[in-house]
Design a protein around this ligand. Sequence first.
Ligand SMILES: Cc1cc2nc3c(=O)[nH]c(=O)nc-3n(C[C@H](O)[C@H](O)[C@H](O)COP(=O)(O)OP(=O)(O)OC[C@H]3O[C@@H](n4cnc5c(N)ncnc54)[C@H](O)[C@@H]3O)c2cc1C
Ligand code: HEM
Length: 550
Amino acid sequence: MLNVPSQSFPAPSSQQRVVAGGRSKVPLKQGRSLMDWIRLTKSGKDLTGLKGRLIEVTEEELKKHDKKDDCWICIRGFVYNVSPYMEYHPGGEDELMRAAGSDGTDLFDQVHRWVNYESMLKECLVGRMAVKPAAPKDYHEEKKVLNGMLPKSQATDTLAREGPSSPSYDWFQTDSLVTIVVYTKQKDITLDSVIVDHQDDSFRAETIIKDYSYLINIELSHAVQGDFSVRIVENVGKIEIVLKKKENTSWKCLGHPLENHNSLVPKKDAVVSGCRFHLLLLEGSRSCVSECTLYAGNCAGLFYRQCQLISKEDVTHDTRLFCFMLPPSTHLQVPIGQHVYLKLTITDTEIVKPYTPVSDSLLSEFKEPALPNNKYIYFLIKIYPAGLFTPELDHLQIGDFVFVSNPEGNFKTSQFQELEDLFLLAAGTGFTPMVKLLNYALTNIPSLRKVKLMFFNKTEDDIIWRSHLEELTFKDKRFDVEFVLSAPISEWNGKQGHVSPALLSEFLKRSSDKSKVLICICGPTPFTEQGIKFLHELNFSKDEIHSFTA
Ligand SMILES: Cc1cc2nc3c(=O)[nH]c(=O)nc-3n(C[C@H](O)[C@H](O)[C@H](O)COP(=O)(O)OP(=O)(O)OC[C@H]3O[C@@H](n4cnc5c(N)ncnc54)[C@H](O)[C@@H]3O)c2cc1C
Ligand code: HEM
């Protein structure tokens, strides 16, 4: 049995208290944690009131179920009875009620499109909409053969008017190689703009072009080897993905287009849909939904691949450095300041949490993106003994797997352009985005004159990579660090307390009156919210502040 503490959830110190558009999570009643919800869904109780039957729901019918004790919500064409979940929803009952009796897909996606509702609400599934508001395309409708000619109907349909000019692709071959070329028509394309996954015969390459996502998604006509290479021709914005044929035969065509192939959509709308198990569900029974866990992609939102745990190292008494290896058939470099989602199946339910990759050490030379075959992904993760996800992560054995999503986040290295002063304000594991930021800024920004980190923790024992940070102050004269402790021992002669205007005004000294400044802030919600408020009071503008949230 889980021993769930009786305080509000998430705990005040939890990073889960993240603001999204100014909202915070609500305290849940005792016995209403996620684990309690999972237990309820496994209890065999009829959570839909339909005794396991799946029905087709008309819009009229959906509208009728708009009360707290009788609340149906449609997400991506599937209708769920969320009344039993009301008291367990971390965003609160009122938030959930905003979508009562209607299609809540947009609302859901705006707040947390990464939340794995299919798995969490499996037992609440009422059925599908008779007329689906956001119908997945027929999986088989585009069984065209790709011979290098672009299927015109697709790309142009999904291009947004204000988006970048339409990318395109082509392919060519030699005896042993097949090269897929993406013409992005953008000059600032880098290796971290493209994410490639090749599983069995399916080949997927997602290119991030400004705030848009261009997808190539193909069932290849012939087998290729597991590994491949990705090259960027920067000055013309061309990406070349070179696959190795298994057999030296001439291919007549590249393959068949899969879901959303050759489409360009705003990144926030890029959805991995057409999950074959959900499609099966249309014909069959509820048990198909559970098979969703077998599918590498998440049919609701992000694309995932399995990564193997390579090492785990203690960094502080409760924080570990995890190293995962990407599959050889994946090319993924998480851009600086962005996070990914890790997914584990806990008691048969998929649980997803965000984490920010770090470098293997603060002192390592900054190699990305110059090192194309970077196959490892590192995380600094604090283990909460009574938490849901981190104890499971901590129990993984070397060689075990975890699902890792595509990156998300809105930090852009262009924010560093001409930067002179970089100030980093971090609390606890809010330090994680600062690691790559520090490495990148000190290595790549010639205009930089000063980088200062103010690192808030409870005690000295909680400070992550303290010796690395101190060493870095010797290695690079532009860098300085100040530790602030909220519960130090009496011998501590450094700064004490919580984030405050006094601490900040003393710390945030520009190197000249007009120097270009960026302040990055990350930590638990109260820390970030208060910090931003104080920064505004100190007359720093919105453009000079970047906060990290999910
Ligand atoms: C964008 C982003 C990036 C992040 N990056 C990182 C990172 O790089 N490293 C990192 O370590 N974290 C990071 N986090 C935080 C991370 O996503 C998780 O929130 C964190 O790991 C806690 O997960 P958990 O499921 O183990 O704990 P939770 O289950 O969320 O529990 C957290 C705390 O709440 C308490 N609690 C749990 N249930 C209850 C209850 N019912 N009542 C009262 N208290 C309860 C637990 O005891 C624990 O102390 C990030 C968060 C965001 C939003
Ligand atoms: C469609 C209407 C919904 C709205 C408006 C909504 C809103 C919110 C809000 C405001 C939060 C607080 C987190 C934040 O501030 O970012 C939240 C958290 C959460 N919601 Fe919803 N929600 C909706 C539907 C759902 C559904 C259907 C589920 C089903 C599982 C769900 C699961 C969760 C979970 C798991 C969290 C915690 C996320 C975390 O760990 O950070 N929500 N929601």
